[in-house]
Design a protein around this ligand. Structure first.
Ligand SMILES: Cc1cc2nc3c(=O)[nH]c(=O)nc-3n(C[C@H](O)[C@H](O)[C@H](O)COP(=O)(O)O)c2cc1C
Length: 303
């Protein structure tokens, strides 16, 4: 079974992906990239497609509702970088994305999804995948998966919740992922609610080819090694964490201040007095220098 970092908007940047590779990830997915914004030459969006040369296996994920716009965006990006593959977002439940006929709206319009896959298949021979949900309002994952596969997708990821369940409501229906993996002629990856090794028990003896870890990797980029049965010492964890913060320090004060506080807060989850720690780092009176001092003391590291 393969272990992937799930696409997480504003989180799975190349800095975080590099850490997850160190933490044992077999592959990573970029955050969703707006095809429309790429075609409008939005510099911030185009920057999301950057892949570090030491990233071994990173997929870029696009979202969009118009096959021609997605084609143009993919062509533009593939002139600049060669990802391990391209993933199409057919799962995002956010209103703005759905209103643009993109993300999970594609589950409600399987033919459009099929056209998007077919169009992209015509652009590249790189591996092509689609990330779907269980359905929009009602389950129709089989129909959507068939559209994807018939039009050239090499594999599929499913987050088995309905669009109406967003990320946490309803049940993350593992049986749906297992059933889809049984039926499809291509590999199926499960995404959702994998936080510890025992969560994988349900997949024993099934055809599930891999799992994606999203929220379980926040503050725990070493989770992949643990899920594979390895152990990570406290010293190794501190080393990974310090390296992570140093990446952001290299990106300038403003980015470092935002990103370090966000990730430090996740790293502190479950530790003693973590609420006090979070209050101090998010106190507007504390600038980046003070935040670093607090972090050094709290985690016993040296930045
Ligand atoms: C903050 C956040 C951002 C997300 N961004 C994306 C995204 O950009 N593309 C995508 O396909 N899914 C996105 N997802 C969904 C995740 O990839 C994943 O399918 C979902 O969180 C369930 O997995 P988990 O329980 O391991 O987090 C996002 C989820 C969260 C919580």
């Amino acid at each position: 079974m393969n272990f992937y970092l799930a696409p997480l908007a504003e989180i799975t940047s190349k800095e975080f992906r590099l850490l997850c590779y160190e933490g044992g990830a077999d592959g990573c997915f970029s955050e969703m990239i707006s095809a429309k914004a790429v075609t409008l030459r939005n510099r911030k969006t185009i920057a999301l497609s950057e892949i570090d040369e030491s990233e071994p296996r990173t997929f870029l994920q696009f979202f969009g509702g118009d096959p021609d716009v997605i084609r143009e965006a993919a062509e533009k990006i593939l002139e600049r970088v060669t990802p391990a593959g391209i993933d199409i977002n057919a799962g995002c439940p956010v209103k703005k994305v759905v209103a643009a006929h993109a993300g999970s709206a594609l589950m409600d319009d399987p033919e459009r999804l099929g056209k998007i896959v077919k169009t992209l298949r015509g652009v590249t021979n790189l591996p092509l995948s689609v990330k779907i949900r269980k359905g929009f309002k009602t389950p129709n994952y089989e129909r959507c998966a068939a559209e994807a596969v018939d039009n050239g997708a090499d594999f599929l990821t499913i987050h088995p919740r309905l669009r109406t369940d967003m990320f946490t409501a309803g049940t993350c229906d593992f049986d749906v992922s297992i059933e889809l993996a049984e039926k499809l002629p291509v590999p199926v990856i499960h995404s959702g609610d994998i936080k510890e090794k025992s969560d994988l028990d349900r997949f024993k003896g099934t055809k599930i080819a891999g799992v994606m870890i999203g929220r379980g990797a926040l503050g725990k980029p070493w989770i992949f090694r643990e899920l594979k049965g390895g152990t990570v010492t406290d010293d190794e964890k501190k080393e990974i964490m310090a390296k992570h913060f140093r990446y952001y320090l290299d990106l300038g004060t403003k980015t470092a201040h935002t990103m370090i506080r966000r990730h430090a807060s996740w790293y502190s989850t479950g530790m003693k007095v973590s609420a006090d720690f979070r209050n101090s780092i998010f106190n507007p009176a504390n600038d980046i220098k003070e935040v670093i001092e607090i972090i050094n003391i709290f985690f016993d590291i040296k930045l």
